[in-house]
Write a protein that binds this ligand. Structure first.
Ligand code: FRU
Length: 514
């Protein structure tokens, strides 16, 4: 069950309702893929992204256990093979040589009837233990931590017979949740962070230690939220009573903790001393509310790459009718910017998708005018725009606009309010979709230009501003001619220095094979 904001509610009834028995080992082909008419319907759906990773059909949410192994990127994700709704969680699986083109692999984990994960294999992580790929994930209900291993290069997974490996939170702790393990190695020991929280007090991450991934000892809280962070709307972030999907890792000379607060993905940068994490700086990994449950990996180039779930912005009924719901974000390479802030940018591999290119320099844009660029259209584009914001109130891009402007979406930097926004009031004539602005604080230094990099992929928008703010959003234009692109300058003077537009190629048909 997904509540209005798209977060999974934890009702046992929801997940129990549609339990299915699947063959052991997860080496099954999803039946729906034999259904050619569904494939055709999905391929023809104008709202379905074409170059983002997503399952062949049905529901997906969190990225799980992204890992680089034997020259391939592996991505697992929360998946319901029975339809476009969040029940009976499995782990879907896909592999990629280049972070961009994906091949679907057999489902990795399915609930085992009568087992500790009988009601769902919830989120977790992947590690390699003495050469053996190992998944650590949450079984429900109750929430417990389980292990599964693969002896055949990740094609099938055998669950550990002694599951669960962590059966309950530490004694006497009344938690708001106990899930989404994140495991890493230090010297010859394993460490495990589990997402949790305490009602009225805040989110927290529990820290455990083990020699063998099986026998775990509770140490203490790796980190916990502060009471003043509990209030919604708190600046810069409110971190709530439950931290889902903790992700903890070194980044340059700092450590980073990323948690999903049932509202936003919040990152903290700080120090890790005596196995306590002390945050020094905090922010949102994404300024919208469409990006959630982010998880990271490292690769052979030593890069730290973050992935997130892009949730839908339309009704449950519309999702079920479409036959798919949920999209994996583009990868984001994380680095520390000078000044200690988190920098986020898509890795260069994404450029492999680029097709036809158009460039415009010093485009005349009149404040307040509505004009679309001639000959530049599309819903599968990468756009780079560099603005000198001057004295304007706001600058930005208009995307997915009909020629008459009846449907249109603006992606703007509002200089006066210091906000980066996706303005969706007129994104769709359909009544059944989210509208209203999404975004948050973003400011430019004096004389800094706005470097806006926007990815459009059918109903997905991912925007990067100056490689330090990200804003993910969903729009569902209803008209087939909602393809126009234009520049926006609102009152005052500004300059659009340069605009580059690439058509991006779809990653199918790979996307549709199992
Ligand atoms: C986050 C989350 C996790 C949980 C999973 C279940 O979106 O609620 O906490 O493990 O989804 O699908």
């Amino acid at each position: 069950m997904v509540n209005r904001r798209g977060f999974l509610t934890l009702s046992a009834a929801t997940l129990l309702g549609r339990r299915i028995a699947l063959p052991r080992g997860g080496n099954m082909r999803a039946d729906h893929m034999k259904n050619e008419s569904l494939q055709k319907k999905l391929a023809a759906d104008p709202q379905r992204p074409r170059y983002h990773l997503m399952p062949p059909a049905n529901w997906m949410n969190d990225p799980n256990g992204p890992i680089f192994w034997k020259g391939q990127y592996h991505m697992f994700y929360q998946y319901n093979p029975n339809g476009a709704f969040p029940e009976s969680m499995h782990w879907g699986h896909a592999g990629s040589p280049d972070l961009v083109h994906w091949k679907h692999l057999p489902i990795a984990l399915a609930p085992t009837p009568g087992g500790p994960d009988k009601d769902g294999c919830w989120s977790g992580c992947a590690v390699v233990d003495r050469g053996v790929p190992t998944l650590i994930y949450t079984g429900v209900f109750p929430q417990v931590q389980c292990l599964a291993r693969s002896e055949d290069d990740m094609m099938t997974w055998r669950k550990f017979a002694g599951n669960p490996v962590v059966a309950a939170p530490p004694e006497g702790m009344e938690t708001t949740g106990f899930r989404d393990p994140c495991v890493w190695r230090e010297a010859d020991e394993w460490f495990l962070a589990i997402g949790s929280g305490i009602k009225g007090q805040g989110g927290m991450v529990l820290l455990y230690r083990s020699k063998d991934l099986v026998q775990w000892d509770y140490l203490h809280l790796l980190c916990k939220g502060r009471k003043e962070e509990l209030l919604p709307g708190n600046d810069p972030v409110s971190t709530g009573e439950m931290w889902e999907c903790p992700d903890f890792f070194p980044l340059a000379d700092k450590h980073a903790l990323i948690v999903s607060t049932q509202g936003a993905v919040v990152f903290s940068l700080g120090s890790y001393v005596n196995r306590y994490f002390r945050p020094e700086l905090q922010g949102k990994a994404d300024l919208g509310d469409s990006y959630y449950a982010a998880r990271s990996m490292t690769d052979e180039k030593g890069r730290r790459i973050l992935w997130g779930w892009i949730r839908e912005g339309r009704s449950d009924a519309a999702q079920r009718a479409a036959g798919w719901a949920g999209v994996m974000s583009l990868p984001r390479a994380l680095t520390l910017a000078p000044g200690g802030m988190l920098a986020m940018a898509p890795p260069s591999e994404i450029e492999a998708l680029r097709g036809k290119h158009q460039r415009f320099e010093n485009l005349p844009v009149l404040p307040g005018s509505f004009s679309l660029l001639k000959g530049v259209r599309g819903d599968g584009l990468e756009i780079h725009a560099e603005f000198e914001p001057g004295t304007s109130e706001a600058v930005g891009l208009m995307v997915r606009s009909t020629p008459d402007g009846k449907e249109q979406t603006s992606i703007t930097y509002n200089r006066t309010s210091g906000q980066l926004l996706v303005e969706r009031e007129h994104s769709s004539l359909s009544l059944d979709v989210d509208r209203g602005s999404q975004g948050g604080p973003f400011t430019l230094a004096e004389n800094e230009t706005l470097k806006l990099r926007v990815f459009l992929d059918a109903s997905v928008i991912e925007a990067f501003a100056n490689d330090r703010a990200c804003l993910t959003s969903r729009i569902y234009p209803s008209r087939p001619d909602s393809l126009g692109l234009g520049a926006i300058i609102r009152s005052g003077k500004a300059r659009l220095k340069a605009l580059d537009v690439w058509e991006l190629r779809p990653i199918s048909p790979d996307r549709l094979t199992t």
